[in-house]
Design a protein around this ligand. Structure first.
Ligand SMILES: NC(=O)c1ccc[n+]([C@@H]2O[C@H](COP(=O)([O-])OP(=O)(O)OC[C@H]3O[C@@H](n4cnc5c(N)ncnc54)[C@H](OP(=O)(O)O)[C@@H]3O)[C@@H](O)[C@H]2O)c1
Length: 352
């Protein structure tokens, strides 16, 4: 007899993150996809909405309606919710109450209730559920994730920021603020809905900041640092859209508390992540590159001390759809199910 295989559902399967979940889960040895659902694409086949997935055994599977929750509970024991921000919160509690375990990729369970009106523009309708959700950054919170019924998968920008800064902050090598974070993302970060601002004509050769200084990942960066270090961090975050498809690059400028060298700061990160399969800490002299991690679940980190200004510059790069979304969600599922943390996940990227 082989090992038990878990039945999983993907809600939002027609989206970019949902499609990436299907691509990864279709090759995962410990699970089988038994349910796919979306909103406007319900009734279409997987291959129709994602032609690049036509080679999977699920190609002819019709997407169900995401509103039919009975079909989800009948089909699966584990659910990935890859719906727009504000849409998961009305669905996830029903699924968890029905005994299913859930990883939510939206921002609906990542913050305290009082932050939602200011940063997401809605009053949180189920605040009691925020305490039941575990913030799912596997390298920092694996123990909490393992027993969780509901995991809030982190945002793409906060992931490299928290992984790079938390160990330095925990040891008091950098001050908790103000920490400046510059972010860059490719176009897939905004999902697959068409918009004028996302047209080729508008984005080719364009680099532009957006949501300055009001991006919803700002309080998530602060909260993840607090969860990891018990310190109140203050972050000023400015994201930029760059004309690539995949990739996130974050550059953090954090005030150093002492005179540590780049080598000393690097060795702190290297020690903390020595046994993490998906964190690659580059030695001094290297520089992270979002292209190298494309298609992989790996995050590259780099830290450089600048004694002239007293700043530590912490740079991180990941693929927003893999380590920034679907790959990290599968990593969380692996921990929740007691599987090998790296099962079904690529650590090497596509290059060139
Ligand atoms: N893209 C990224 O890089 C990234 C990274 C980290 C986290 N995330 C998060 O992952 C989630 C999905 O993002 P995405 O980029 O995959 O978005 P997307 O490409 O726009 O896909 C959204 C999915 O949700 C469905 N949907 C749309 N409106 C809905 C509603 N009102 N109620 C229920 N379902 C609805 C869509 O179904 P139809 O197509 O059938 O209408 C589609 O399957 C978001 O919360 C996002 O913040 C995305």
């Amino acid at each position: 007899m082989g090992a038990a295989v878990t039945d999983v559902a993907v809600l939002g399967a027609s989206g970019y993150a949902g499609g990436e979940l299907v691509r990864l889960l279709a090759q995962h040895p410990g699970v089988q996809i038994t349910h796919l659902a979306s909103l406007g694409s319900a009734g279409r086949t997987l291959a129709d909405v994602h032609p690049h997935l036509a080679g999977t055994p699920l190609a002819a599977t019709e997407l169900a309606s995401v509103e039919d929750l009975e079909a989800v509970t009948a089909a699966a024991g584990f659910v990935f919710c890859a719906l727009p921000n504000g849409s998961s919160v009305s669905i996830v509690p029903h699924l968890v109450e029905a005994g299913l375990r859930v990883v939510d990729l939206a921002g609906d369970f990542r913050l305290p209730a009082e932050a939602y009106p200011e940063w997401y523009g809605f009053e949180h309708p189920a605040p009691a559920w925020l305490d039941r959700a575990v913030y799912g950054l596997p390298e920092l919170f694996a123990d909490r994730i393992a027993g969780a019924e509901l995991v809030a998968n982190p945002g793409c920008y906060p992931t490299p920021v928290a992984l790079g800064l938390a160990p330095l902050l925990a040891l008091g090598l950098i001050a908790p603020g103000p920490i400046l974070v510059d972010g860059k993302t490719g176009l897939s970060g905004a999902g697959r809905s068409a918009s004028e601002a996302g047209l080729f004509t508008a984005t080719e050769e364009s680099i532009r900041p957006y949501r300055v200084p009001r991006h919803q990942h700002t309080p998530e960066m602060e909260r993840s640092l607090t969860l990891a270090t018990d310190q109140e961090a203050q972050v000023l975050f400015v994201p930029h859209l760059v004309p690539t498809v995949r990739g996130v690059l974050t550059t953090c400028y954090a005030p150093m508390t002492g005179n540590d060298t780049s080598e000393e700061l690097t060795s702190v990160l290297a020690d903390v992540y020595a046994s993490s399969p998906f964190v690659r800490v580059l030695p001094p002299g290297g520089m992270v590159d979002s292209k190298r991690v494309r298609g992989s679940n790996t995050v590259e980190l780099q830290v450089v001390a600048d004694p002239r200004t007293g700043q530590a510059i912490v740079v991180g790069a990941l693929d927003n759809l893999v380590k920034g979304a679907a790959g990290q969600a599968v990593q969380n599922m692996n921990l929740m199910l007691g599987l090998d943390e790296a099962a079904g996940l690529p650590a090497t990227g596509l290059y060139p």
